[in-house]
Design a protein around this ligand. Structure first.
Ligand code: AMO
Length: 435
């Protein structure tokens, strides 16, 4: 394996001959010498100096192998080390029409995302994403949860019929999964606490900076838990991911100009705010919701919290807030009713601070066969499509609960990038299914 630029930027290598491979990131031609910035396969960049005539045919993004001597020069960009080139091997001379330059429209960067992955911004985001996924998995390993995977081609809705992607599955209709939750619920009977990371699909008709049609969904489910147990798992998991990621990705977050001092505050416990209290706070601030005719009215008990109300509730917070106990009407059929507060669900959403909005949703599941069957009907769904799911309430039903966390929502908060499309390498939205 050839060395990477990060390996050779050290006094140990000064005066030594090295071989690196990469792509021409930038070229600066002078009369006698050409300064070739080479980017390695992890995005590290080093300046290589060649006699101009030796590299006259090089173009940006050509793939090369450089053999040369490392030297230290404080004027050299990218950390004061450079390579005095001896030999150059070219794998491919890139076409001169490489479309990505220094200043590009967001649209072009999305249309050419397969090439834009080579920009320093996307490399930084990809590395942060890697850390988020790694530390998420690590938390579950350290805490004894079992990793599982659920199918993504399914027969039924989990999060409401309006965002289902339908597909033809041989001779029948099927859907792309909105959530692995129902499958994880089946697994806890023999596997105990389980978690999975699978894509979830939502035919979201909304074009917002928070919605994708395909997102990475980290989900967990466990038997014999109460709501507080499920909240604790979420706050511990999220603070573990954040603290470890900001420690590991200082450079990348600095490149993105993310001030991480506020993320350092993200330590357990997170505040718990009851839904009715949240409504009272919003009312006391004169908060309105938009009616269908476009006019506004005051927010009232029974309204769901939209992004504006989430922003209002979290604008001064330095860490996430759990909103607990939404009315059952605004939650899916599986949410368990609070026996001591009729009409309210034993469920909670975690809202990230400063208006980043909901990043997790979870709670206890209705475990009584009759209640859940009538709730499925009430939502206009066909209980027959849930026959196997209902078996879980028939044979040894237990109190249980879990949650789902949207990796890209968490990424958006950690990186502070404006658009969720930039937190994933190849975004899928209502208007984008390519590249
Ligand atoms: P919910 O539908 O709230 O709940 O989704 C859980 C989390 O997934 C993320 N998310 C999204 N991210 C990007 N684009 C989208 N279109 C999108 N939709 C959702 C959010 C959200 O908090 N089964 C339940 C969870 C549970 O109770 O276990 C569920 O899917 O971060």
């Amino acid at each position: 394996m050839p060395l990477r630029t990060s390996d050779i930027k050290s006094s140990d290598y000064v005066g030594k001959e090295v071989t690196i491979r990469g792509w021409v990131h930038r070229l600066r031609k002078q009369k006698e010498n050409t300064f070739v910035l080479v980017r390695d396969d992890r995005g590290g960049v080093i300046q290589c100096i060649f006699p101009a005539e030796k590299v006259s045919n090089l173009t940006v993004e050509s793939s090369v192998e450089v053999v040369g001597i490392v030297s230290q020069d404080s004027r050299a960009p990218e950390g004061g080390f450079e390579i005095k080139g001896k030999n150059l091997k070219v794998f491919n001379i890139a076409g001169i029409d490489y479309p990505i330059g220094e200043y590009q429209s967001d649209q072009l960067l999305l249309d050419k995302r397969h090439l834009a992955l080579r920009t320093r911004r996307m490399i930084a985001i990809a590395k942060i994403r890697h850390s988020v996924l790694k530390f998420g998995r690590q938390w579950f390993i350290d805490n004894g949860w079992m990793e599982v995977t659920a199918p993504t081609i399914v027969k039924g809705a989990v999060e409401g019929g309006s965002t289902l992607f339908k597909l033809r599955y041989f001779d029948e209709d099927a859907y792309l999964s909105q959530s692995a939750q129902l499958y994880l619920e089946a697994m806890i009977f023999s596997l105990g606490p389980v978690w999975s990371l699978t894509p979830s699909f939502r035919a979201e008709k909304s074009r917002t900076v928070r919605h994708l049609a395909e997102f990475s969904h980290l989900e967990a489910e466990a038997p014999w838990v109460d709501l507080e147990d499920i909240l604790r798992v979420q706050e511990e998991l999220v603070s573990y991911i954040i603290q470890n990621t900001i420690a590991e990705r200082k450079e990348e977050l600095a490149f993105l100009k993310r001030d991480t001092s506020e993320l350092k505050n993200v330590q357990v416990p997170f505040e718990r705010l009851r839904y009715e209290k949240a409504i009272e706070i919003l009312q006391s601030r004169g908060f309105g919701v938009e009616k269908e005719d476009g006019t506004k009215r005051s927010i009232v008990w029974g309204d769901d919290l939209n992004i504006d109300s989430e922003r209002e509730l979290t604008k001064n917070a330095s860490k996430p807030i759990f909103v607990i106990g939404y009315p059952l009407e605004v939650k899916p059929f599986y949410v368990k009713e609070d026996p001591s507060r009729k009409g309210l669900g034993l469920a909670a959403d975690m809202l990230a601070p400063q208006g980043f909005g909901e990043i997790t949703s979870g709670g206890l599941r209705e475990d009584d066969i009759n209640s859940i069957t009538s709730r499925i009907r009430k939502e206009g769904l066909d209980p027959a499509a849930y026959d196997w799911y209902l078996d879980l309430r028939k044979y040894g039903s237990v109190p249980h609960g879990g949650f789902g966390l949207g990796i890209e929502r968490l990424m958006r908060w950690i990186t502070n990038v404006e658009d969720i499309k930039d937190t994933v390498l190849f975004p899928r939205t209502m208007s984008r299914v390519s590249p």
